[in-house]
Each structure stands twice: as C-alpha cells, then as structure tokens.
Design a protein around this ligand. Structure first.
Ligand SMILES: Nc1ncnc2c1ncn2[C@@H]1O[C@H](COP(=O)(O)OP(=O)(O)O)[C@@H](O)[C@H]1O
Ligand SMILES: [Mg+2]
Length: 212
C-alpha cells in the first residue's frame, strides 16, 4: 500500500492511433525527471516480460485472429501480469508510473469498438486492476484522418478501417466524460508536440499539486 497522500502517481495516456501518446509519454517522463522525480515508463498491452509475450499475440496477424471476447481476456491477462510485476512494485517504491494505454483502451476498443458487453468489461477491469487505478488519465483527442496520417499503418489495430477509428474517437470522448470517479483530462492532440507537452505538464502539475 502506498503511504503517499493524494492521487496515485500512476498516469495513463489514452486515445487513438497516431495521437502522439508515445511521444508525450517520453516528454512527460523527461519533464518529471528534470524535476528530480523517479519515473518508470511502460505500455499496454505489455510492460512486463509475460505481458509483452501476450502483446505479440495481439498485435500481429489477421484482424480476425481473435474473437473480441478472447482478445479482451488476453488483454486482461497481460494487464494482471503488468500490474503485478511492473506497476505495483514501482508505485510501492515511490516511483511515478507513466503508462501508454491502459484499461480505458480496452473499454474503447473491445467495448465500444467491437461491441462486447461493457458491464462485463468493467467487471473484469475492477477484478484485475483492484485499487491500482490511475491517479490521472490524459485522453488525447484528434480527428481520425490526422491520427491515421501520422501513424504507421502496419499493425493489426491500424488496419481496422476509418469507421472503426471514428467509433473509437467518440468512445474516448464519452469515457473522458464518464462520472466513474476516475480522474481524466482531455488533451487537444492536434497542437504541436511542444504545445501538447506544455498542456500535459499543466494537467499533471495541477492534479498533483506540483510547482508549475
Ligand atoms: N503533436 C504532433 N504533431 C505532429 N506530429 C506528431 C505529434 N505528436 C506525434 N507526432 C508524430 O506522429 C507519429 C505518431 O506519434 P506517436 O507518439 O507514435 O502516437 P501514438 O503513440 O499515439 O500512436 C510519430 O511519427 C510522431 O513523431
Ligand atoms: Mg504509440
């Protein structure tokens, strides 16, 4: 159990392909390290050896390789290992954890995108995540064409078509507004890399009471 007061030092970046999440995970980690903070960056699916092995099953192959239900279970299995082996140990040591995608992506992709029952996904989330919920989730919002134009369209999720990605964008917008007690901020990901980094840092310093 963390003895720290206030929100967990567990920050998640969410949003569609090409929104700039991976770029900004590194920018935020650099900014926090420059303030003397100890930071671990990680990603989902993946982030631990076992979870990375599961990731390789998820991101390669045909779009129809897995049923949505199987996929959701694989993702949650990966998440359980990631939490046990990487996230919880880091938080227990007082480190910041910055994660590229987490459980909101599962709700967006497998729930809103692929039509799995959302209540079941929420139940799985609660079972797997327990009390290790992120202290802040930054939801990157960007027009689909801009994101797909930026992304390298080679991996399995990126092959899923424009309508799917429009559904995802709307899903993340809805999730960002949901009154589930999880703190989220929407970031306009259409700005320059420097401007997005500035807005991300502002959201983080505000949420954690750090000096701006
Ligand atoms: N704000 C931005 N404006 C323009 N290009 C960007 C911006 N942020 C990231 N990129 C570029 O877009 C591509 C996708 O960025 P990335 O961070 O990998 O997105 P994500 O992880 O959300 O898929 C990369 O080539 C990156 O350099
Ligand atoms: Mg990325």
């Amino acid at each position: 159990m963390s003895k720290a007061q206030g929100p967990a030092r567990f920050i998640v970046f969410e949003g569609g392909e090409g929104a700039g999440k991976s770029t900004q995970v590194q920018r935020l980690a650099d900014a926090l390290r420059a303030r003397g903070q100890d930071v671990v960056t990680t990603r989902e699916p993946g982030g631990s050896p076992g979870a990375e092995a599961i990731r390789s099953l998820l991101v390669s192959g045909d779009t129809a390789r897995w049923s949505p239900e199987t996929e959701a279970l694989l993702i949650n299995a990966a998440r359980a290992d990631h939490l046990d082996r990487t996230i919880r140990p880091a938080l227990a040591k007082g480190q910041w954890v910055i994660c590229d995608r987490f459980a909101d992506s599962t709700m967006a992709y497998q729930g809103y995108g692929m039509g799995l029952e959302r209540a079941w996904l929420e139940e799985l989330r609660k079972r797997v995540v327990g009390d290790t919920e992120p202290g802040l989730t930054l939801v990157f919002d960007l027009p689909v064409d801009v994101g797909l134009g930026r992304a390298v369209a080679s991996q399995r999720y990126e092959k899923m078509g424009r309508a799917f990605h429009e559904t995802l964008r709307a899903a993340f917008q809805e999730i960002a507004k949901s009154a589930d007690g999880r703190k989220r901020a929407v970031i306009d990901a259409g700005k320059s890399v420097d401007e997005v980094a500035r807005r991300v840092l502002h959201a983080v310093t505000s949420a954690y009471g750090l000096k701006a």
